[in-house]
Design a protein around this ligand. Structure first.
Ligand code: FES
Length: 586
């Protein structure tokens, strides 16, 4: 027998009176409150559901066009359960989802769109707090940027990494092994059939890439920043304990609404310093540099490229994960994940930085425990010594900075001088990549006009594929310089994010084939060995490339995107704008 339904029950008899933010919508006794409440009843909710209890948004980047986030629809139900248990009303809503595998020309073109949309959705709706569900690369920074700018109580929940790929008896990692296998295919070392078998062995479960690529990096940094619960970043997407974490996250969001604990209380200078140090210890993605700069800009915290170099330089690589090391996120989770790593770092970190738990990160440092010292190494016996993470280079070729991931490069190339081979576009290079190019293992490959404005959107192509001629000779790394990004799963002696980019007249635009370029990663230098007067002559003759065609979003992007050293955020989106809607309803 089904439970009795009292059709006469309407829940609360009078509009709730509450000081909550949501009360400005639901607590209004006139027409506006009526409209808000009766449309909630349209969803089958009784008045008891909005009788003054906190309204918690579940912002979901679920999409079948973002396979890494496809399980977030189910995970949202676990969050909802936690919110309801804690006495809140959960209202789920979608925001722009950014899927690395499909979106062209680059998800980076749309990160600011996702952040802008989420910020406005939170501000415009009757929410007292929000849980933001993310996973694939750009969804996490977009979520954090929005959370920082709107500054409503908020908590992040990343969806977790995939299980390890398994191919012919060994673990294989997202991206990292794809680049290796692709080069082996081009070099004739594996067959097309083997390549196809590999393709079907790599992604064995829901979740984001399981190497220390951008998604895993940003998940770890979100935890280091204090914006998601301890232990969330590394646990596999399909581990049932993630569903418990999701429930806990939902329950905690209700408490955040009650406490009024906001991102501005958490995203302090100390939190960013912790995140920069953790990024060095995990061998994090170079993309994290851009995203941290952008999130800090939104939070109004002064963080520069030089901070990232100086702070990161003091921390050794402790986590032995691809692409810099051997293992994958599954092993990192079983070794203890981010809390275990934090316990390794100890006093290297600012212990008093507040987290969404309401407690300082020092509490997590105290309880973190390393269960596999091969995966999370002691600080006295690191995978690589301090200074091996992402280095910030400067010099006459990159006056506003460039980055290189030292741990992912052939050490032989970290101090290198060679002749430039220059291409004005990626298309120009790819058209001749299999030709008999005038290239040696000493060549410095330069491909330009791939920056935020030049491409536009700064694609992940900076780990430029090697010329076939060199692959045939057994060469597997080469100094490559561009104003592009590269996937966090990639490796190689790739100088990235050169600023200013070529398309706005940065010195990268002035390089000629045959010029000598010197890279000295240890000295943090990148220099074009051409006399100043010659460079002045070239600059006088330089004409900017045609502005990228486009209207709509592309136009807005090109007109307002800042350079990589500012995180490639829009100039008009920097800063905290708060949660007050522009105007009250009438
Ligand atoms: Fe989504 Fe790698 S493709 S995280």
């Amino acid at each position: 027998m089904s439970p009795a339904v009292n059709l006469g029950s309407t829940g609360a008899a009078t509009p709730p009176q509450s000081p909550r933010r949501s009360a400005a919508w639901l607590g209004d006794g006139g027409k506006n409150g009526f409209i808000a409440r009766h449309h909630l009843r349209q969803s089958g909710l009784s008045g008891r559901q909005f009788d003054g209890r906190p309204v918690i948004g579940i912002a979901n980047s679920w999409s079948e066009l973002t396979p890494c986030n496809a399980h977030l629809r189910d995970l949202a139900n676990d969050v909802r359960r936690g919110i309801q248990q804690a006495g809140g009303l959960a209202l789920e809503f979608p925001f722009v989802s950014l899927g690395e595998p499909f979106m062209r020309p680059s998800t980076m073109l749309y990160r600011n769109l996702a952040a802008m949309e989420l910020e406005e959705l939170i501000r415009a709706n009757p929410l007292d707090a929000v849980v933001v569900l993310t996973g694939c690369d750009k969804t996490t920074p977009a979520g954090l940027m929005a959370m920082a700018s709107v500054d409503l109580p908020a908590i992040l929940l990343t969806g977790g990494p995939m299980l390890n790929g398994r191919f012919r008896g060994r673990s294989v990692g997202s991206g990292t092994d794809i680049w290796r296998m692709t080069e082996s295919l081009r070099a004739g070392e594996v067959t097309q059939a083997e390549f196809t078998e590999f393709e079907s062995s790599l992604n064995r479960s829901a979740g984001h890439c399981m190497t220390m690529g951008t998604a895993s990096t940003m998940a770890c940094l979100a935890e280091a920043l204090g914006m998601q619960l301890p232990g969330t970043a590394a646990l596999p997407a399909v581990d049932s304990r993630r569903r418990v974490l999701a429930e806990d996250t939902g329950a905690r969001s209700v408490q955040l609404a009650e406490e009024g604990l906001r991102p501005s209380h958490i995203l302090t200078r100390a939190a960013f310093e912790n995140a920069i140090k953790v990024n060095a210890a995990i061998g994090g993605s170079t993309n994290a540099i851009l995203h941290l700069l952008a999130i800090a800009g939104r939070a109004g915290v002064d963080v520069t490229l030089d901070d990232i170099d100086v702070l990161g330089r003091s921390v050794p690589l402790l986590v032995d994960l691809m692409p810099s090391g051997r293992f994958l996120m599954e092993e990192f989770a079983y070794a203890g994940g981010v809390p275990a790593l934090l316990s390794r770092l100890g006093d290297v970190l600012a212990r008093d930085a507040l987290t969404v738990t309401g407690r300082p990160i020092g509490d997590t440092i105290e309880v973190g425990r390393v269960d596999d010292a091969d995966v999370i190494r002691p600080i006295e016996d690191p995978v690589q010594a301090a200074g091996s993470g992402t280095a910030v280079l400067r010099g006459n070729l990159a006056p506003d900075g460039a980055v290189i991931k030292i741990s992912a490069a052939d050490p032989r190339l970290l101090s290198h001088e060679g002749p430039a081979l220059v291409f004005d576009s990626l298309e120009d290079y790819l058209a001749v990549i299999d030709d008999d190019l005038d290239v040696t293992a000493d060549t410095v490959l330069v491909v330009r006009n791939l920056g935020p404005r030049g491409y536009p959107g700064m694609p992940e192509v900076g780990n430029l594929p090697l010329p076939k001629k060199l692959l045939a000779q057994g060469v597997r790394d080469l100094v490559r310089i561009s104003d592009a990004r590269m996937s966090g799963t990639a490796y190689g002696a790739c100088v990235l994010h050169v600023s200013p980019e070529a398309a706005v007249g940065g010195p990268l635009a002035l390089v000629h084939t045959g010029d000598r370029i010197r890279l000295d990663a240890d000295a943090r230098r990148l220099d074009l060995l051409v006399r100043d007067d010659e460079l002045a002559t070239r600059r006088a003759e330089w004409t900017p490339p045609p502005a990228p065609a486009g209207s709509g979003w592309m136009r807005l992007y090109v007109d307002h995107v800042q350079q990589a050293d500012r995180g490639a955020d829009f100039d008009f989106l920097v800063g905290v704008r708060g949660d007050a809607p522009a105007k009250a309803a009438f």
